[in-house]
Design a protein around this ligand. Structure first.
Ligand SMILES: CC(C)(COP(=O)(O)OP(=O)(O)OC[C@H]1O[C@@H](n2cnc3c(N)ncnc32)[C@H](O)[C@@H]1OP(=O)(O)O)[C@@H](O)C(=O)NCCC(=O)NCCS
Length: 188
């Protein structure tokens, strides 16, 4: 699977991508809201190999240099008859603030609605993760819920769960199609 936008190529992972993901998954600020902690170089080697076998993880690369600048997660949820897919994203901070996350997320959502028979796309984020929900708002996803202290990924120094709130966002194919007509996206 290959999706091309104005500035980016979105492709499956390969094991050799480990150095590029290590560049950002080794940073505390990047994984702060993720269910995992910072990864070592060895862990990134394993992670790249795992991702190369998992269609849900997609590498986002700059068109000219082929540099991997971040990753998307786009996965079908159970039960499959609901045709609901979850979107996730993690980028290298060097490339924040340029619209790359927006451009790639828009492309993968559009691809899902057009070619994968996706009916509904959902995304979740911590309300404190402002860049994340701003991205979802830019994508014109709707905030459908604010769950209070529903989840924890990390524990405090006494081993107690650090409970987090969750914003739930979604968009339906019926809502996206008119939007896609207004946005300029190129797909192959
Ligand atoms: C969430 C994350 C991907 C957002 O990154 P981002 O750089 O803010 O998003 P974009 O790449 O779409 O860039 C948007 C910014 O670039 C600006 N921009 C510049 N050129 C742009 C363009 N052509 N198109 C859109 N935005 C553009 C926007 O105005 C916006 O700036 P603002 O934040 O000051 O409003 C990033 O913060 C990240 O990887 N965080 C760590 C991992 C994480 O928390 N993931 C989410 C877990 S739920």
């Amino acid at each position: 699977m290959l999706i091309e936008t104005d500035r980016l190529v979105i492709r499956r992972f390969s094991s050799s991508d480990w150095k590029d993901i290590y560049e950002y998954l080794s940073q505390e600020q990047v994984v702060k809201y993720e269910p995992y902690g910072v990864l070592t170089d060895l862990e990134c080697k394993k992670e790249a190999a795992i991702r190369s076998m998992n269609k849900a993880f997609l590498a986002v690369c700059l068109k000219g240099s082929c540099k991997l600048i971040g990753n998307l997660y786009f996965a079908e949820q159970e039960p499959k008859e609901f045709a609901t897919w979850e979107l996730g994203y993690v980028f290298n901070p060097i490339y924040y603030g340029k619209g790359y996350a927006t451009e790639s997320c828009r492309a993968i959502i559009d691809h899902g609605f057009k070619y994968l028979k996706v009916r509904r796309v959902v995304a979740m984020c911590n309300p404190d993760n402002i860049s994340s929900w701003k991205l979802l708002e830019r994508l014109k996803m709707r905030q459908e819920g604010h769950l209070l202290k529903n989840i924890y990924f990390k524990v405090d120094e006494n081993g107690k769960p650090i409970w987090n709130d969750t914003y739930e966002y979604a968009i339906l194919a019926d809502e996206w199609i008119p939007l896609a007509l207004r946005e300029e996206c190129i797909y192959v």
